[in-house]
Design a protein around this ligand. Sequence first.
Ligand SMILES: C[S@@+](CC[C@H](N)C(=O)[O-])C[C@H]1O[C@@H](n2cnc3c(N)ncnc32)[C@H](O)[C@@H]1O
Ligand code: SF4
Ligand code: SF4
Length: 375
Amino acid sequence: MQKLKRLLKKTKIHKPIKKILFTLSGLKVKKGFEFVATKGLVKIPKTVIFEPTIKCNLNCQMCYQKEERIRGKKDLTLEEIKKIFLNLKKENKIKKVALIGAEVFMRPDIFEIIGFLNNLNIKVYIQTNGTLISKATVERLRELKNITGIGSSLDGKKELHNKIRGRSNAFDKLFQAMDLLKKYFTITINTVIMDENIDQILDIAKLLKQASIFNYSLQFEMAATPEEIGESRKLLGINISDFAVEVKADNNFSFGLDKLLNILEKLNQIRGLDITIQPRIFNKYPEFYFNGTLRENCSNLYCKEINAIRINAQGEVIFCPFIKKSFGSLLEKDLEGIWNSQNFRDFRIRLLKNNLTPVCKRCCRLGLIQAESKK
Ligand SMILES: C[S@@+](CC[C@H](N)C(=O)[O-])C[C@H]1O[C@@H](n2cnc3c(N)ncnc32)[C@H](O)[C@@H]1O
Ligand code: SF4
Ligand code: SF4
């Protein structure tokens, strides 16, 4: 089937005839959201989100990767990573890779990985906690010409950031790193909005401005109750072990929406900062999003992860950062064999048919079908 699809793509046939042949062969993957919802088919994206390691030197209180780390699965070797990306490039013309941890700089061979992607003409975005970056690291990163930006995380002023991140020098290390990196790379700082740091959001923004870091992104703490995980598991027909979300008995915020909106208004008055609140649906329906009642009030929810290839540290194509259901290993199969497999298609259909799941309620990847299709 895949060979036929490639052949049809390459063959010079009059366009309308080609269209009919594609449709008759049942291989045409339309871009429309309706098509995703009814058939589960999605065109293979050109961007990959890759978790090169599950290891981390910090132990942040809210980290959704904790359970995964405890399971202690082995990371891919450099040779396995090269093999996977060589195949992806050959087959699917991958253009961008976002390297997201746990902590990417825990891998001593991270520069070889980025260099290999550079040789394949693939751009790279890096997300890091910023504590393992020395002058030498920056020099090596500078030699690589494919880095489009670096993201890092700040969760409070010094004392609070160190407390949340579980390390007494996390704050100083982060600022030392940003100082070195900002001369050469575009930096974005991300804060997870939580009960613990709501009163320090404005201070964080001021700290960033003082440090001449101008891109500031905020997202909400993602946590689910055991009941929400149980219900989501049933709706999707997957296992509890497929979830990698922070578990809390009560995941409502201790502060009110008014307080948050007030802070955000003041944040927007700080001149010179480019502020993004993830997801954008929060701005459209702040109350539903904040109260966790979007599923009940909007019937057209969409998940942006549907259009991203996410590969975990073992080389498996997984669905999203929080629902780590695996659809197959790239060490065993090519992406085309995994991406629109019956299993993966059924999963997408179930996800959209159920208007996502209770676990999704405060996710930064939430979107709307209508809003997305207008793009
Ligand atoms: C898992 S970390 C990996 C990259 C790197 N180690 C770091 O901390 O930036 C990616 C981002 O997810 C955020 N994060 C961790 N746990 C979260 C949670 N429960 N809800 C929302 N975001 C979370 C982190 O603060 C960080 O900005
Ligand atoms: S630094 Fe990143 S990956 Fe490590 S524990 Fe913190 S949030 Fe998780
Ligand atoms: S909205 Fe998407 S990315 Fe977020 S938890 Fe749900 S399925 Fe995963």
